[in-house]
Ligand binder design. Sequence first.
Ligand SMILES: Nc1ncnc2c1ncn2[C@@H]1O[C@H](COP(=O)(O)OP(=O)(O)OP(=O)(O)O)[C@@H](O)[C@H]1O
Length: 252
Amino acid sequence: MTDPAIRADGLTKRYGDEVAVDSLDFAVPAGSVYGFLGPNGAGKTTTMRLLTSLTDPTAGSGEVAGVPVTDRAALTPRIGYLPADPPVFDELTGWEQLRHVARLHGLGDDEADARIESLLERFDLLADADRRIESYSTGMTKKVGVVAAMLHDPDVLFLDEPTSGLDPRAARTVRDTVADLAAGDATVFLSTHVLPVVDELADTIGVIDDGVLVAEGDPEDLKSTAREGSAADLETVFMEVTADADAPLPDA
Ligand SMILES: Nc1ncnc2c1ncn2[C@@H]1O[C@H](COP(=O)(O)OP(=O)(O)OP(=O)(O)O)[C@@H](O)[C@H]1O
């Protein structure tokens, strides 16, 4: 059996007395899509920051593409990360921003230009590539972030809300791109509140609540564990597994 592309072993992050991520254990096979769900403040972003070496674990360990998550220098070339608000330089054009990202990854200019052109075309941004990002809409800036995350053809891609702010056509392109990547060898860790996106794309879904992984399984299996059985949708599963133990379930 091949090693998982992402592995968390007791991965924990505390901020003072607050436990943001509490002893997470999971493994994501290479070439699959892992949908990561959870209520606001559940620990999704912190988990992605741990797995992308942007913050160190307080306890436990993680490995991505066979590299310990504490080895930032070795990990960076192997991963791409789209944060919820992609970091961009407003004064650069879209093309310049992506050239800058490509150079950080050590791509040669010719190779970078070919990749940038093809990805911008896919995301329908080529005609605006020479405009400054300060003049872009939210969705256009998001597209730059999406392209930047996949520019160096990473083994593992972490996407935080990749379709938010995108029009339906662009959102479709992102979903198709994620499916294409996973149909190759890439692994995608996808965090979103848009449940139909996860339902469509994820091979496995993990639900985090209050820092704890409260449910995990393939979408159909998770639905069949809901109280109403296999007729349940993902929203019902989400409501059930993240319900406060003391609070009544909605419509219960
Ligand atoms: N730098 C920080 N310092 C202190 N507490 C933090 C820090 N970052 C996150 N937290 C806390 O950790 C918990 C998890 O936050 P996180 O941002 O990971 O949640 P999330 O699931 O991504 O939420 P959302 O869906 O709202 O984006 C929250 O209680 C948050 O307040």
